[in-house]
Design a protein. Structure first.
Length: 126
């Protein structure tokens, strides 16, 4: 049964880490083109699709990590809740954006960060 599940998992989801790295590389390539010239309409559409796919893969990976941490907790029992919370907090801290520099100004409030990122994404696409 476990072998069948592993085969199904590989066929259905493949390697999410390598998918994410490939998408990030393709996005970086498109963003490098933006530095030289404006993107054509088809390239803008492709970049939006890449961003969407990257978001989907990231969501899938977060779900996988959440399930793995829950599985670890169930396996090890209540005595390791401190460890689980520590690893979860560390991961959340690494993924958290607390400031962004845009137009030589440092934005630190969540609303300003969201506006700056939205403007940057809009600028890259158009």
């Amino acid at each position: 049964m476990a072998t069948k599940l592993r085969i199904w998992n590989r066929q259905e989801f493949d390697n999410q880490d390598s998918k994410l790295l490939l998408l990030q590389h393709e996005i970086q390539t498109s963003e490098n083109i933006i530095e030289d010239r404006q993107l054509r309409n088809d390239e803008c559409s492709e970049l939006q699709i890449l961003w969407s796919n990257q978001w989907d893969v990231s969501k899938c990976m977060r779900s996988i990590w959440r399930k793995k941490s829950w599985q670890t907790l169930c396996k090890l029992g209540d005595k390791n809740i401190k460890f689980l919370h520590m690893t979860t907090s560390t991961r959340r801290g690494i993924n958290f954006i607390n400031q962004i520099k845009y137009n030589d100004k440092l934005h630190t409030s969540p609303i300003d960060i969201k506006k700056a990122v939205t403007f940057l994404l809009f600028k890259f696409v158009h």
